[in-house]
Design a binder for this molecule. Structure first.
Ligand code: ADP
Ligand code: ASP
Ligand code: MG
Length: 439
């Protein structure tokens, strides 16, 4: 069994949706098609939710009307036959009157998640209708019936497996399943999601739950590139990556994959294949347990980082100090990305600043605290590069002239990470590509 996940651009217009239906139907065997919302929709829904939070009902209505108009156009293009078009317009009416129903109610983060979930619910409903209209015996597996996160916001893999299997058993002999990426229920049974870009993660969790032979991530580019193509012109697709390399790159900002996608696939040993919907014949990238090639394979960047330095009056290495510092982050459930230490100080980075002021207040018990905002982690990744190769020399030569705030080497064998001010990000990415890959 295969998982085929199609991202926002891949289902971003009627034309793209039709192409996806053809592509999925042309693949042999049983498959679960995981769809994102049409590109732009999640952002639009978040804007609507933002207006509703601010009680700006008129602006929310205006946005809802615009979005509905867009979907009515898509429906018109997808369905030429009167009966099907009527069914599609009915379907849109239901979804949009549901969205409008919130303009009268008290609006909390729960309501926000219900609104945001409409993106994937809309794309899959239209896609299912289109497939059925075109003779594909498509079956919907509602993600809200099986995808679940626990109290720690972590996927409940046991629940997902049990419930997905139960859903599928309702349809013996069927081979073409459709489900929503991104959306799930939380520990309280409420509608929730796997965070931005989460459809990749859905695909991976579903792949593991049904022990798929491969998890295919279909997107708008011909594979995992050696640098971020939004900042660097001359980037190249990488044919093969190991799970560890891809996991480091995704975690450290490569937008092509949600940061948590790789781990479940790695544990289950299921290959993740990245393919281009716009060019299905292109080889793409295969992410497996195989290690291939040498040296630095790719660069990724993670923005929105805050660095915190705690400077103690006394020697840091007195035991117990680190524990106390880390405990503060544990209390406020804030993950740390990078750490460096000196004799009397420790620097750490976080990307979730929701509880920063309380973290800083607590850290002040242990010394003086400085924070630097608008930082970027640049990571160079390749199997074994932080084990005595000359990768570090190459990275620092490329970055000469760029102010470096922190360096992390040796934490993982596969990653060298550097913290720089975000204003130098583009310069750093381009310098690294020029120096490492394009000479
Ligand atoms: P989807 O909607 O299919 O999930 P995304 O926009 O989330 O697609 O991810 C694909 C985009 O990620 C690409 O179009 C590209 O701009 C960006 N990207 C960033 N880093 C990389 C990389 N290393 N390799 C390929 N694409 C990358
Ligand atoms: N639609 C969601 C988002 O835009 C999930 C995804 O695209 O993967 O973040
Ligand atoms: Mg994505």
């Amino acid at each position: 069994m295969n998982i085929m996940k199609f991202g926002g651009t891949s289902v971003g217009s009627a034309e793209r949706m039709m192409a996806v239906a053809r592509l999925a139907a042309s693949y042999p065997g049983t498959k679960i098609i995981v769809l994102s919302a049409m590109s732009g929709t999640t952002n639009n829904l978040l804007e609507i939710a933002d207006y509703l939070t601010k009680k700006n009902t008129d602006a929310a209505h205006e946005k809802i009307n615009l979005l509905e108009k867009k979907y009515r156009t898509v429906a018109g293009e997808l369905f030429t036959e009167a009966q099907a078009r009527k069914a599609a317009l009915e379907l849109l009416k239901d979804h949009f009157s549901y969205i409008r129903s919130f303009t009268r109610d008290l609006f909390t983060s729960n309501e926000l998640k219900c609104i945001v979930a409409q993106g994937e619910l809309l794309s899959t409903a239209l896609f299912e209708l289109y497939c059925r209209e075109n003779g594909v015996d498509a079956v919907m597996l509602p993600a809200l019936n099986f995808m679940r996160i626990d109290r720690e916001q972590e996927p409940d893999q046991f629940y997902i497996k049990e419930n997905l299997q139960r859903e599928m058993e309702k349809y013996p002999g069927k081979t073409f399943f459709i489900t929503q990426g991104f959306i799930c229920r939380n520990a309280f049974g409420e509608i929730d999601n796997l965070k931005r870009g989460g459809s990749d993660y859905s695909a991976s969790l579903i792949g593991v739950a049904i022990n798929a032979s491969a998890i295919q991530i279909w997107t708008d580019i011909d594979g995992f590139h050696d640098n971020d193509p939004r900042y660097v012109q001359n980037t190249h697709a990488i044919a093969e990556l190991s799970f560890d390399e891809a996991a480091e790159l995704a975690y450290f900002g490569a937008k092509i994959l949600h940061p948590s996608t790789i781990l479940p696939a790695k544990v289950a040993g299921i290959p993740v294949i990245i393919k281009n919907t716009l060019d299905p014949e292109a080889a793409g990238s295969a992410i497996t347990d195989k290690v291939s090639g040498k040296g630095i394979k790719a660069i990724a960047a993670k923005d929105g980082i805050t660095a915190i330095r705690v400077k103690s009056g006394r020697m840091l290495l007195a035991y117990g100090f680190m524990r106390k510092v880390f405990e503060v982050f544990e209390i406020y459930k804030t993950p740390i990305d990078m750490i460096t230490t000196s004799e009397i100080s420790i620097s750490l980075t976080i990307d979730d600043t929701t509880r920063l002021s309380r973290i800083v207040d607590d850290l002040k018990h242990y010394g003086s605290v400085e924070t630097d905002h608008d930082q970027t982690i640049i990571s160079a990744v390749g199997e074994g590069i932080a084990e005595g190769s000359d990768a570090a020399r190459l990275v620092f030569t490329a970055l000469s002239g760029i102010p470096v705030r922190m360096i992390s080497y040796g934490g993982s064998q596969h990653n060298i990470s550097i913290l720089i001010p975000s204003s130098f990000k583009s310069q750093a990415l381009n310098a690294l590509s020029a120096h490492l890959f394009n000479h």
